[in-house]
Ligand binder design. Sequence first.
Ligand SMILES: [Zn+2]
Length: 298
Amino acid sequence: MVVSVFTHPDCLRHDPGADHPETPARLRAILDRLQTQSGVELREAAAAPREPLRTVHPESYLSSLEAMSARGGGVLFLDTILNRYSWPAVLGGIGSALAAVDHALAGKGHSFAAIRPPGHHALAARGMGFCLVSNAVIAARHAQAAGRERVLIVDWDVHHGNGTQALVEADPSVRYVSLHQYPWYPGTGAAGERGVGNIFNVPRGPGHPPDLYVRDLWDAIVAATTQWLPEIILVSAGFDAMAGDPLGGFTLEPEHFTILTERLRERMPEVPIVGLLEGGYRPPRLAEGVAAHVVALH
Ligand SMILES: [Zn+2]
């Protein structure tokens, strides 16, 4: 089956500045790479309306993002920076994420959203760490509105998704499994943070052999899905867990994303999987990691 990858042109126009690691070149490298990949179809999604964002974020916060972007941009918080295309990129990114969810829920195959800015550090009313809105939790709420109550979010970005955790930790209908470097940015993600029993953190130090990270993440996925079968799996697919990434010290290679993606499919063969791009800061390596994950969704 051809894997559909959804994106939006405004995701290439959001730009936090010349020296910022979250550069448009990341997404450009991914799209160039996937363009030449057989079995993959790139599709342009429509920008999202505002309503789905309001399932997670207060209107006051969304208005402030929109206004700052309309003024030409600015610094929202530390290294969370907007330009005039940031708000359109948010709507294009969410439009792509929701199109990917709709596609997968319609039985048309697993899918991927190649989007930026990333989302897993965004809190309800505050952007953080290159993230403006919670792409994964907005996608989860969209799937739930479509009748898929139980949502599993697997986050293999090298950083802990503090925003995702904060937004779902009181909600047993969503289970969140995160492998991340620890202690490291953003400081959260200890194993003892369990929410209402729905949070499964796998904090690990840098520099271990890649098989250790794969094994420990997989064990947590098994724990989270024992006698609890999700109705959709969202992957917060960050590729800064790869060896050589400037923002992390993990050692994964593209083949490890193939293994993890195939294992998800084998363990839960009826459950649609939607990958959502998070981090990954060496564009050529990022593109190879994404390609490995996407091809394994075939
Ligand atoms: Zn990251």
